[in-house]
Structure formats: C-alpha cells, structure tokens
Write a protein that binds this ligand. Sequence first.
Ligand code: AMP
Ligand code: TRP
Length: 345
Amino acid sequence: MSDAPRKVFPQRIFSGIQPSGGLTLGNYLGALKRFVAAQEDGIETVYCIVDLHAITVWQEPQKLRHATRELAAGFIAAGIDPARSILFNQSQVPAHAELAWIFNCVARMGWLRRMTQFKDKAGKHAEEASVGLFAYPNLMAADILAYHATHVPVGEDQKQHLELTRDIAIKFNHDYGVEFFPVVEPVIEGAATRVMSLRDGTKKMSKSDPSDQSRINLTDDADAIAQKIRKARTDPEPLPESLEGLEGRAEARNLVNIYASLADILPEAVIGEFGGQGFGAFKPALAELAVEKLAPINAEMRRLMEDQAEIDRLLGQGAERAQAIAEPILAQTREIVGLIRSRTG
Ligand code: AMP
Ligand code: TRP
C-alpha cells in the first residue's frame, strides 16, 4: 500500500440485526440502544433487518416473516424513527446479494476459515452447514460497503467480521487500483458490548441458547423479567467496594454492567451505590430498573404488531431510500470490475 493519505469518506452509520428469533437484552444494550444514540447524533443512519443472513440456517417461512416484522417493531419501539433513519429488510435491496457475490471473489478461503462464528455455529457438523453460513461474512461486508458506510456499531462478537470487512475493502481497492471502498471503523463501546447469559457468566446472552432463563427477551413481561433476574446465577459474596473486586466474578460483573448500561451510568457509579450490599438488595433494584426501561418498549412493540401492513409499508419506504444510495455505488463497482451493463430497461 502507498503512504498517500486515505480518501476521507463522509460519515455514514450502518448496522444490522438478524430476524431469527426474538430480541434479547444483549441485542438491546449492545446494539439497538446504541443505534438510537447514533440517530440522535445527527449522522446519517442506515439500519437493516438482515433476512438473507437469517436463512443461512433453516427458517420456517411464516416464522421468518413474523420475526422480520417483530424486529422492525422492536427497532421502532426502541426509538428508531423511520423518518430519520433508513430502516428496511435486506432482501428488498438486491445490491446486497450482488455485491456479496463480487466479494465472494475478493475474500480468500483462508480468511473465512478463521471466522470463529462459523466454527461456533457449524460446530462438529461443518460438512452439513450451508455454503451461505460459511460465506456469511462476505454478505455482511457487502451490507456495509454497498452504502460506503464508515462506522458500524455492533457488540463485541462482531469484531472479527468487521476486520474481514476492512480486509475486503483494502484488497478490492488494491487489486483494482482504486480508492473506492472505505475502511470501516467498528464502534464497540459502552458497558454492555458483551451481555452474558444469566445462567453462565462465561457465555454470551443469545437468542439461540436452549434455556429461556439464560436471557431476557424484549417480549418478556414485567413478572418474567423480575423472576429471571431474581434467579440469575451469582456468587454468595456481597458486591465489592471497587470495580477491581469484580475480577474473577463474571456473573456479578455482568449484572453490574447491565445495570450501568440500562441506567446510562458507569459501572463505577453502580459500585459506588451498591458496593458492600448483597444480591438480595441489588437484584430487586436491577429488576425494577429493567422493568422500568423495557416495559414501555415491550408495550409499544405489541401495539405496532397490531398493524402489520403499516410495518410492511415502512420497510418498503426504507428499502426505496436504501436502494437510492446502494444502486449507484453498485453501478460504479460493476464499472470498476469490468462488468458490462448495456441494457436500457
Ligand atoms: P444478532 O442477533 O446476532 O443479529 O446480533 C445483532 C446485534 O446485537 C449485533 O451487533 C451483536 O453484536 C449484538 N449482540 C448480540 N448479542 C449480544 C450480547 N449478548 N451482548 C452484546 N451485544 C450483543
Ligand atoms: N452478523 C451480524 C450479527 O450476527 C448481523 C449483521 C449482518 C450486521 N450484516 C451486518 C451487523 C452489517 C453490522 C453490519 O449480529
């Protein structure tokens, strides 16, 4: 690479969530809540419900439709304004799939073989996994780069995929001798970049965990939320007087981080307030805070889900705005690659 300064791209934020199963507190704190904050910062924000990613593992068509609409309702209920942010489902904008194919031809087998998410998801059955599951990170790179997005807010688990996105942009630019795709910045910030399971502080909270007790779903009612927090696994010690005291106490640390993130304060401040107290005092306070923050989102999601035609209409409008950005970028990509486009219709 030359030492010439990199071209500066105007800031644009892009992120995506899969419509596979419901939203968890991990998605909310690690992703959605921060998407809303980015929208408030006045930078252009593009948010995508990545249905093409979801079908890399089997999805019942009826359930996929439902999960897509429910996720759209979740975005809006959490504070994404479809008039200010662009909110749409991926499959309505063909540029994603087309650019992903080009990136299939840029990314190397060895790069994808290193992806830990594929190894985790495919497990011992890699031979039976779909080709789509293996190529998934190339589609993710296409999602981002079809918009020339510069900043991508995600949870910690997506860091490796964003590094691959950077590698794809750099290799494409280098191979074709252009400065066309931006090298994106991962935005992995806050106290809740990795919300852990309520049953096991070493595992990520995930919608695919077989135990429903391990997670808080955005569709859980107040009783369920309170009950899950009460039963969350902890150790017998009271909360420490300083943050360092959480060392080696994964479950306690997780609950402190969740509290901090829900309350928009630093973990130090949580320790300042609750240090020295036992979980008998801390858990009810956390449950109350979680219910206070999540119940209105839950209620709004239910209300929005009563008018599915309206959700579809909003997604369609978002897709048209998304297409208007992505299509010219794809047209230039075809030109750079040498793909002739001479049809008139
Ligand atoms: P997914 O549900 O896998 O499509 O993830 C959507 C977004 O939520 C991504 O930005 C993830 O990094 C984020 N996310 C998922 N689970 C967690 C978690 N347990 N803690 C923090 N962020 C998460
Ligand atoms: N792979 C992400 C996840 O599983 C979802 C995703 C797809 C995404 N495309 C994206 C996130 C583009 C950020 C940007 O969580």
